[in-house]
Design a binder for this molecule. Structure first.
Ligand SMILES: [Zn+2]
Length: 511
C-alpha cells in the first residue's frame, strides 16, 4: 500500500472514498448515543448531518455507514466509521477504526481511499489524557497497514483485493503540530511494516519456514536495514554446550538455527545497558515423543511467533535508531518424534551447567529459551526480555486478549508498562515468586522441565526460565493466546497477529 500524508482540507480532496471517524459522546449512564464526527470540517459534518440526525448510526466500534455522492465533498463516497464511546476512547480505537475503513473498502473492489485524521475538538481534556494527539497519526497508520494484509497466501483462486493507496488527510491545530503529525505518521509506517514482517513469518507453513529458512529471512532483513546478523547451527550449539536447545532439535531432520542480530548505535557508551531480546523459534511443534493430539496440530507452525516478534522488533529498532545496544537472539528448531529424539526421563545439561530432567518433550520452548537467555548474558546483555508461545496454561488463565507477563524486576516492568499506553497491546502480570520453585525440583537432576502437576503451568514455565536468568532484570512474555487471531474482526484478518512487536520496541526505546 502506498501510504502518504497530506495537509489538506478533506472536503477538497478527490478520492473514490473518504473515511471519517465518529464517536459516541453521550456520557450519562443509560444515555442514548449522541454521535459526533471527529473532524473540524464543516463540509463533512454537513454531508453527514441528515443521516446522523436520523439516529440509526450509533458509532459503536467497527460500525460503518456509507454515503454515495456526499454533497459538498469532492470524494465520491463518505464512509463514517464508529470508534465507540468517548469514555473508552484510546489510540487502540483509532487503530481499529482505520483498520475497519481499509477492510470495508476491500470487498467493494475499491483500490484507494483517504482517511481524515481524527481531530480532538469533540473531546474534553480528560479524554485527551488517554488519547495523546501526537499518537493519533501513528495509530491510524498502524491500524490501516495491519488491516491491509490477508493470509490466503497459497490459494490459486486468491483474489487480489489489496488496497493500493491510502492518503491520510491532516490539519494542524493548537494540539497537534505539523511536525508531530508527521513524525507519528513515519513511526507508524515503520512499526506496522515490522509487525507485518513478523506476521508474514508466522503465517508460513512448517515445510516452508524451517529453522534454516527462518535464519535466511532474518539475515536478509538484517542486511536490508543495516543490522549485523550471524546464523549458526549444530556445530555452534555443541561448541557452546547448549545441551537443552540441542535436545529439542536432535529429533528433526532439519538442523537448528541460532540467530544473533545486533544493533549498536554509533557512540553508545561503554558500560551502558545492553538489551537482550530472546525469542522461541519452534518452526513446528509436534510435541515430540510426548506427541500432541492431532486436532489443531496444524496451528503449531505458529510456535515460532516469539522468534518472529523479536525479528520484527529488531527491524523496527534498526529504523527507529534508539540510543541503546540491542542483541536479538532466536533459538529455532523443529520438535519432532524420531529414533534420535529426546525422551521423557532423559537428563540434559544446559549451557549454564544446570541439569534438566525431561518430563514432557512438549515443554520444549523453555529448553531452547534456557540456553538462549544464558547465551544472551554471556554476550553482555544487562536486561533480558523473552517472548514465546510457551504454554496452553497461559491461554486458559488469560484467554486470547492479554499476554502473560512475568518478571523478576519492578523497575523493568514499570518501563515496559509505560510503553503500553503507546503500543496499545494488553499484558497481564502473573507471579513467578520463589515460593513456586519447589514445583520444578527434580529428584535426579537440578530441575525438571514441567511442574509437579498441571496447576499454574504458565508460572512453572516462567520459574524454569528464571533459573537461567539469575539476577539479571528480565521480562518473560507468554504470547500463546495472543499470537493468532482465530476469527476475522472488522479491523483485522484472521491469522497471525504480530503481537508484542510494538510493545517490545517501545520498551527498547525507553532506554
Ligand atoms: Zn511444545
Amino acid at each position: 500500500m502506498d501510504t502518504r500524508l497530506l495537509f489538506q482540507d478533506p472536503a477538497t480532496f478527490t478520492t473514490p472514498l473518504l473515511a471519517a471517524f465518529a464517536v459516541d459522546i453521550a456520557t450519562g449512564k443509560d444515555a442514548e448515543p449522541l454521535v459526533a464526527l471527529m473532524t473540524t470540517s464543516d463540509a463533512i459534518s454537513n454531508a453527514a448531518a441528515r443521516v446522523l440526525g436520523a439516529g440509526e448510526f450509533k458509532a459503536t466500534l467497527g460500525e460503518t455507514l456509507l454515503l454515495h455522492a456526499p454533497s459538498g465533498l469532492k470524494a465520491e463516497r463518505l464512509l463514517i466509521v464508529g470508534v465507540g464511546k468517548v469514555k473508552t476512547l484510546s489510540v487502540n480505537e483509532i487503530r481499529k477504526g482505520a483498520g475497519t475503513a481499509i477492510r470495508a473498502l476491500k470487498p467493494r473492489g475499491l483500490r484507494e481511499l483517504a482517511i481524515a485524521l481524527p481531530e480532538d475538538h469533540a473531546l474534553s481534556d480528560e479524554h485527551l489524557e488517554s488519547l495523546p494527539c501526537l499518537l493519533m497519526s501513528r495509530a491510524l497508520v498502524e491500524g490501516a497497514e495491519l488491516a491491509e494484509v490477508d493470509y490466503d497466501t497459497y490459494r490459486s483462486d486468491r483474489k487480489d483485493l489489496s488496497v493500493q493507496a491510502l492518503t491520510v488527510l491532516a490539519s494542524e491545530s493548537d494540539k497537534m503540530t505539523r511536525a508531530e503529525i508527521q513524525s507519528g505518521f513515519e513511526e507508524g509506517l515503520i512499526l506496522a511494516a515490522a509487525q507485518n514482517f513478523t506476521r508474514s513469518l508466522v503465517n508460513e507453513p512448517g515445510n516452508v519456514l524451517t529453522p534454516t529458512v527462518l535464519g535466511q529471512r532474518a539475515a536478509a532483513m538484517c542486511a536490508e536495514v543495516g543490522l549485523r546478523c550471524e546464523v549458526h547451527s549444530t556445530a555452534k550449539l555443541h561448541e557452546l554446550g547448549m545441551g537443552a536447545f540441542w535436545a529439542v532439535s536432535q529429533g528433526s531432520a532439519e538442523p537448528p538455527a541460532l540467530i544473533v542480530m545486533t544493533y549498536e548505535p554509533a557512540g553508545s557508551p561503554a558500560g551502558g545497558p545492553v538489551l537482550g531480546l530472546v525469542g522461541k523459534g519452534i518452526t513446528f511443534d509436534t510435541g515430540g515423543i510426548s506427541i500432541k493430539p492431532s486436532e489443531g496440530m496444524e496451528k503449531m507452525k505458529y510456535d515460532m511467533a516469539g522468534a518472529g516478534a523479536m525479528i520484527g522488533a529488531m527491524r523496527a529498532i534498526a529504523q527507529l535508531k534508539p540510543a541503546v545496544k540491542v542483541i536479538g537472539i532466536v533459538c529455532s528448531a523443529e520438535n519432532m518424534p524420531d529414533g534420535k529424539a529426546f525422551k521423557p526421563g532423559d537428563v540434559v545439561t544446559a549451557m549454564s551447567g544446570k541439569t534438566i530432567e525431561i518430563i514432557n518433550t512438549d515443554a520444549e520452548g523453555r529448553l531452547v529459551l534456557a540456553d538462549g537467555l544464558h547465551y544472551a548474558k554471556t554476550l553482555g546483555c544487562t536486561h533480558l526480555i523473552d517472548a514465546a508461545t510457551l504454554t496452553g496454561a497461559c491461554v486458559i488463565a488469560l484467554g486470547t486478549l492479554n499476554v502473560g507477563l512475568f518478571s523478576n524486576d519492578e523497575a523493568t516492568v514499570e518501563s515496559f508498562q509505560a510503553g503500553l499506553r503507546v503500543s496499545g497491546e494488553q499484558f497481564w502480570r502473573l507471579p513467578c515468586t520463589d515460593d513456586y520453585r519447589d514445583q520444578i525440583k527434580s529428584q535426579i537432576a537440578d530441575i525438571m522441565n514441567t511442574g509437579k502437576n498441571r496447576y499454574g503451568g504458565a508460572i512453572t514455565a516462567a520459574m524454569f526460565l528464571k533459573e537461567f536468568v539469575g539476577e539479571t532484570p528480565w521480562i518473560h512474555l507468554d504470547i500463546a493466546g495472543c499470537a493468532w487471531n482465530d476469527e476475522s474482526k472488522h479491523w483485522l484478518a484472521n491469522g497471525p497477529t504480530g503481537i508484542a512487536v510494538r510493545s517490545i520496541t517501545e520498551w527498547v526505546r525507553s532506554y
